[in-house]
Design a protein around this ligand. Sequence first.
Ligand SMILES: [Zn+2]
Length: 311
Amino acid sequence: MPADTCPHTVADDLHPPLAYTHNGLDRAAHLRPDTRALLEQPEARGCLLGGEAVAIGADGAAFLPATAARLWSRGRPIFLGMQDDMPHFAFSFDPARQEEMEGAGLQVSTLRAIAAEGLAPSGVLGALASAKALLAWHGRHRYCSNCGTRTQMTDSGWRRDCPSCGGQHFPRTDPAVIMLVISGERCLLGRSAHFRPNMYSCLAGFVEPGETMEDAVRRETLEEVGVRVSRVRYMDCQPWPFPMSLMLGCLAEAASGELTLDPAEIEDARWFSRDEVEQMLAGDHPQELFVPGAEAIARHLVLAFMAGERA
Ligand SMILES: [Zn+2]
């Protein structure tokens, strides 16, 4: 079966794992309290991220010798884990130095481009996703949410401590639902204003405090398109480090069909027949409509629908 018809995200030889779902590193959390000696080891490796940008070595590797990565870094590195006795770290660089870095032989890309173009092995992509989400969290949580004092990175980047009130702050992951709503042989796809032109995808939204995943699917669908959802079935999840979400992929059964769009939330949404979805997957839709690429869980949900899966 070609990879593009695989209904699931379970990886095997024929089907590479969904982007960002496989981290090739052993997180080795027991080493986090003190990684200074690991950082000094000659075999230590480091990736370099600056906001959306990722620096890649001239040889195409996203992890460089840590000594080389350090030349461009600002702030303290984060310990990501071990692979074959090699400690791996994440370094942050100033995106304003991009030209200088390219002049020194590094290529600068983005995590999305690396995922979409398959430029890194899946285990590396997962480690980069961890690095990006962690660096984004540090960038946004420099002050204590209890008392407002500036916090300090501890545990090799896996915690921030407040020297004033003693508060300990841990990296966040924000759960979000992404759902393909199905009515008989049709599925519901929509688009936001920030999507690439002609791209339609699954509906999505953040889980709210005190809400189940299933109710988040029902609420978001009702808010965005006015459709009531009955059954909800969890399929797969995908870390989505933009900046730090976990996408919970579900199939949902529509209990009503008429669409009432909320223009503040969504630009367009429609019911698509199997034939039309087939064309969108194949890239030969008459209006050139298409669905997200294989790196996104949305496509995997659409493929599950095409394979006959239901909520
Ligand atoms: Zn505090």
